[in-house]
Design a protein around this ligand. Structure first.
Ligand code: SAH
Length: 672
């Protein structure tokens, strides 16, 4: 079946109807899923296996039959481990139909048909008893339902239900328990993801400061979890203010309650400073003794942690409602509140117990100022990047005159305010700061002369930035908008940026390659069916697509020089014909060519450019430094060439890259 889906094209801005196969969504889900990453997570897999073996042995030692309930079986992996460990029978529950189908095939291929029953249901729909899905309650409960926040995927309600209806009292659980850890830190970098810092503008008539309105200062922000690869955050970017403490723990072998609750700990700051964020991660003990432990602790807590890379479990950054000064040795109390699916934090001066009881209720953070809805965390970080702002100010100073009439096309941009402070006479579209700035709520093509007070625009500005952009080139929407407003522009209009260029580089990833790499066998089980399924989903559309990744979190080294592949001249309108290029890029270093990274650079003026991708290649090894606020496009090659194993470097990768102005899409092809 085909369905038509309406959407605004992120690049051209045009409304379009896409014919989508009904399977498109689930292919996307599988292609972008973390199953491959989980199967590559050796540390996780071996510890689950050990925990499952130990649990089966304990049950057998009691002289009981080992009946396993595996909730969220995915590929069937944990059930196959249990069956191999001697379990008498496993009920493998999986709600996502394509996965349940895959599990059936994988279980069959590995010869466990008679020991494992795959049930394609949500665990809360499973029935027990004669004629039900399960003959009887299980005495071993195995799951892997955790996200970076531990509970975000609904582990608590699932466990609560399972203990009530699906497992025996006193059952064995793998994992046996989880603990959530916290550490209080001060970090200008992370705090810049929540707050707008004052922007200093040096104008001719003195320094001006743009400050955020008080509603934004006091806004708790948004409730969505901020999960990052904390191991990529250099220690110079934060100051530890407290030791690591256990915030709360969950015993999975006992009845679990999912109802909202709170936990409180007293912290004694090890340093004075400004408490801004709570860093958090968890660990799980696979057995009651705690001997089999799998931890997400970051590098400064557990120096070997970086050795097990994983993307399906990272670490969390929680923003305190307000920055709180703390003094070394002067106790503070940290409250974690949670509902069934998420956690949030509050810090208070430690006082007597009775006094504190009154105000334990902390509301879940809901943005009241609107700014956190307009500016997501990386975007706030970008707006707070002083070097970047400085580049824009420098560029604005060269193009603005006292009689400039400016039009800015970008989402939630500070450019109008900057330009206003730098002396532009009149401004259209921006914030509400001054009456000299007028916001026009209209699509560029619907702009009328009267909305511009019959004036011609002398300076057209954009960062460009649009909230609808996923891939770097989606911000070319600026070019389409510029084309749509062409009749309103003065003949000698200045366009800032005057051009953009697309850049490309071949890289070897330290770890990110795993998410697209086949697994083959996992702990001795053949999971190739899963590999094939992911591959099939990746190739569901005939042409392969680039995917967005924030590469500051995913180290890689360059194997080629960065290369400019396409330029887009914003001084002219969008052309009718395709912009295409073909060429080859030489490989300079030995290594595995995992893929190409692509990013945009904006040429604000002839000699001021900003990069949304590569910032620096740090040393002879080719380690790359990426813009920390932007996602870059990654195109994974279908086969990896390892030049380490070749005596001669393969000389080059050839490429063909084509921009189609009708669709706004960039198609690419690479040959190694
Ligand atoms: N157990 C596998 C896969 C874990 S991923 C492994 O460890 O490799 C978690 C899986 O659980 C997903 O496939 C998801 O669809 C499924 N799931 C989550 N909650 C569920 C529930 N309550 N009932 C059934 N399946 C669930």
């Amino acid at each position: 079946m085909k369905t038509f889906c309406g959407r605004a094209n992120p690049t051209t801005g045009a409304m379009e109807w896409l014919e989508e196969d009904e399977d498109y969504d689930y292919h996307q889900e599988i292609a972008r899923s973390r199953y491959a990453d989980m199967l590559h997570d050796k540390d996780r897999n071996t510890k689950y296996y050990q925990g499952i073996r130990a649990a089966v042995s304990r049950v057998k030692e009691r002289g009981e039959k080992a009946i396993v309930l595996d909730i969220g079986t995915g590929t069937g992996l944990l059930s196959m481990m249990a069956a191999s460990a001697g379990a008498d029978f496993c009920y493998a529950i999986e709600v996502f139909r394509p996965m349940a189908n895959a599990a059936v095939k994988i279980v069959e291929k590995n010869g466990f048909c008679d020991k494992i029953k795959v049930i394609n249901k949500h665990s809360m729909e499973v029935t027990v008893g004669p004629g039900g899905d399960m003959q009887c309650r299980a005495n071993i409960l195995v799951t892997e339902l955790f996200d970076t926040e531990l509970i975000g995927e609904g582990a608590l309600p699932t466990y609560e239900h399972a203990h009530k209806y699906l497992v025996e009292e006193g059952c064995e659980a793998v994992p046996h328990r989880a603990r959530v850890y916290v550490q209080l830190v001060e970090s200008r970098r992370m705090w810049s993801w929540k707050k707008l810092f004052p922007v200093h503008v040096k104008a001719e008539d003195g320094e001006k400061i743009i400050v955020s309105p008080s509603e934004m200062e006091n806004c708790p922000g948004v409730p969505s979890v901020c999960d990052i690869q904390l191991n990529q955050m250099p220690s110079s970017d934060f100051t530890v203010l407290s030791d690591v403490v256990t915030m709360f723990s969950v015993d999975f072998s006992k009845p679990v309650r999912s109802a909202s609750t709170h936990y409180r700990v007293e912290l004694e700051p090890v340093k004075s400073g400004k408490a801004q964020v709570v860093l958090s991660w968890w660990d799980i003990d696979m057995d009651p003794s705690g001997m089999i432990n799998c931890t997400m602790a970051p590098y400064w807590v557990k120096p070997t942690s970086a050795s097990q890379w994983r993307d399906h479990w990272m670490q969390c950054v929680y923003f305190l409602p307000r920055e709180e000064p703390v003094l070394q040795g002067e106790k503070v109390s940290l409250t974690a509140c949670r509902d069934a699916y998420s956690v949030w934090y509050k810090l208070q001066k430690a006082r007597g117990k009775e006094e504190n009881k009154a105000d334990v209720r902390v509301e879940s953070p809901v943005c009241r100022c609107q700014a956190h809805l307009l500016w997501n965390r990386p975007r706030l970080g970008e707006l707070n990047d002083q070097n970047r702002t400085h580049q824009y100010i420098k560029a604005l100073m060269t193009v603005l005159h006292t009689d400039s009439i400016c039009l800015c096309i970008s989402d939630g941009s500070l450019l109008p305010v900057l330009a206003r402070y730098l002396g532009a006479k009149q401004f259209f579209k921006a914030n509400h700061l001054e009456d000299k700035i007028k916001i026009i709520e209209a699509r560029p093509e619907l702009l009328t002369p009267s909305q511009l007070e019959d004036k011609k625009i002398s300076v057209l500005l954009g960062e460009p930035f649009f909230t609808t952009s996923l891939l770097p080139w989606h911000n070319l929407y600026f070019w389409y908008a510029r084309t749509a407003v062409a009749t309103h522009l003065a003949s000698n209009v200045t366009v800032l940026p005057q051009a953009a260029s697309l850049h490309m580089m071949i890289v070897e990833f330290q770890d990110l390659w795993r998410i697209r790499s086949p697994c083959g066998t996992c702990e001795g089980f053949d999971v190739q069916i899963m590999d094939d399924m992911i591959n099939n989903s990746l190739n569901f559309r005939e042409s392969k697509e680039a995917e967005p990744h924030p590469l500051w979190e995913y180290p890689c080294k360059s194997l080629s020089d960065p290369q400019e592949v396409l330029t887009f001249d914003f001084r002219k309108t969008v052309p009718q014909q395709c912009l295409g290029t073909e060429g080859s890029v030489s490989l300079l270093r030995k290594g595995k060519s995992h893929g190409a990274v692509l990013w945009m650079e904006y040429h604000l003026t002839a000699d001021i450019s900003v990069s949304t991708g590569l910032m620096d290649i740090s040393n002879e090894k080719g380690n790359c430094e990426w813009n920390p606020h932007c996602k870059q496009a990654v195109y994974f090659f279908s086969s990896v060439i390892d030049s380490e194993t070749l005596s001669d470097l393969p000389s080059a990768v050839t490429y063909a890259i084509n921009f189609d102005p009708k669709t706004g899409e960039i198609a690419m092809d690479f040959k190694l």
